[in-house]
Design a protein around this ligand. Structure first.
Ligand code: ZN
Length: 396
């Protein structure tokens, strides 16, 4: 583990780490009392834990602000992250482009870059990742010396701890030591993660999962994925695989999935499956899910039927997750959301039909998601990785 990464944060105690994470995810300036409440620490423990963070310039005091109800509030100084104290690069690899962002310590994206992908060979992709990273460093206001870590996210079976992509069907990769390759090519410590898990971590830090103990993030688009936040932690799975919603056997048992198994959710609900189904009926396959969605909105029967079938299978998959895990909320997101928008009720209806008892109370929220958000997920993995590495120094 590079020394620079291990020294990124002075988290010299569990309380210091807890306070740092609480301040970063507070969404703005917050009082010591609120930090103590959320972190479960006494005022004295909060004060002690904040001191090294203040002297390192990672957090700053604002104030005094007014805390309390109108008329009885009292002025207190508020604590907030210093956004420019550290930057984290996040890179999402897709089949045709690399999306890179630089995120500050407050979770804001300060620069973004896109690089087109040609060959899927690991060396070629790593070259493009390094190109995107260099372009980010040259973009204002990124200060290269403040970029602590680069996070890379990719779909498939990713071993974050070992730094290896075990299998990524979209790229045709098996056992690629991606963290080491990116680290060598960029000269910066690299952390890798499955793209849906990275996105779920970003929801926990900055999005709809802030303060939630459980959440399911379901992505629709080229594939169907699911990130699970359970008891405040993103589920990894004992063998590194979890939340593979697209490969639950709830689809068409006659259809073989690209994964080699029959009847997966993706045989009906992936973008490719929707396009193929329309093409099989009309003799003309739409070029994209967006085009298929536009057809469905005009009422074209084959397109409507394909989206309804996909919506039902996604609804079954969501009901399966909710019945198993019982999350407070399900966020349906991904590049396919705009096309699926008119069929969200199909998803909700099927979910409601199959949700068991009080599990039906889980809120089903939908929101579109640009690829830059996936990249911010990768940057959040980098930030989380830097904190974990700093903790590693404490433990080691
Ligand atoms: Zn499959």
């Amino acid at each position: 583990m590079p020394r620079a990464l291990m020294e990124a944060f002075p988290v010299t105690s569990p309380a210091a780490e807890s306070v740092l994470r609480t301040v970063l995810t507070a969404g703005g300036p917050t009082s010591r009392a609120a930090i103590g409440h959320r972190a479960g620490l006494s005022p004295a423990a909060v004060t002690k834990a904040i001191r090294p963070l203040l002297s390192a310039g990672l957090v700053v005091e604002h104030g005094p602000g007014i805390v309390g109800t109108a008329g009885v509030g009292r002025p207190v100084s508020l604590i907030a992250a210093e956004p420019a104290a550290a930057y984290f690069a996040g890179i999402k690899i897709t089949a045709d482009e690399i999306v890179a962002v630089c995120m500050d310590l407050a979770g804001q994206v300060r620069a973004s870059e896109h690089v087109t992908v040609g060959s899927h060979a690991p060396d070629a992709i790593v070259d493009q990742v390094a190109t995107a990273y260099r372009q980010l460093l040259a973009a204002p206001p990124v200060a290269a010396h403040r970029v602590r870590c680069v996070g890379v996210s990719v779909s498939g079976d990713v071993d974050r701890t070992g730094g290896r992509v075990r299998h990524s069907p979209f790229l045709g990769w098996r056992d690629v030591p991606l963290a080491r390759l990116v680290g060598d090519a960029t000269g910066t410590a690299a952390v890798i993660e499955n793209d849906v898990r990275a996105l779920t971590l970003a929801e926990q830090w900055w999005g709809l999962g802030v303060g939630a103990t459980s959440l399911a993030v379901v992505t629709v688009g080229a594939g169907i994925g699911c990130g699970l936040l359970i008891d405040g932690r993103v589920l990894v799975g004992a063998h590194g695989v979890s939340g593979e919603l697209g490969h639950l056997p709830l689809g068409d048992p006659e259809q073989t999935c690209y994964c080699g198994r029959r009847g997966c959710v993706e045989t009906v609900a992936s973008a490719g499956a929707v396009l193929r189904r329309i093409g099989a009926v009309t003799g003309r396959t739409p070029s994209s899910l967006a085009e298929a969605g536009a057809l469905a909105r005009t009422g074209a029967p084959a397109a409507t039927e394909a989206f309804v079938a996909a919506g039902r299978v996604i609804g079954l998959a969501v009901a399966s997750v909710v019945n198993l895990v019982g999350p407070e909320r399900v966020v349906i997101t991904g590049e396919g959301v705009p096309a699926f928008e008119p069929f969200l009720d199909e998803i909700r209806r099927t979910f409601a039909e199959h949700a068991f008892g009080a599990a039906a109370r889980a809120e089903i929220a939908a929101r579109p998601l640009p690829f830059a958000e996936w990249a911010r997920g990768a940057a959040t993995v980098a930030l989380d990785g830097a904190i974990l590495a700093s903790r590693g120094r404490r433990n080691g």
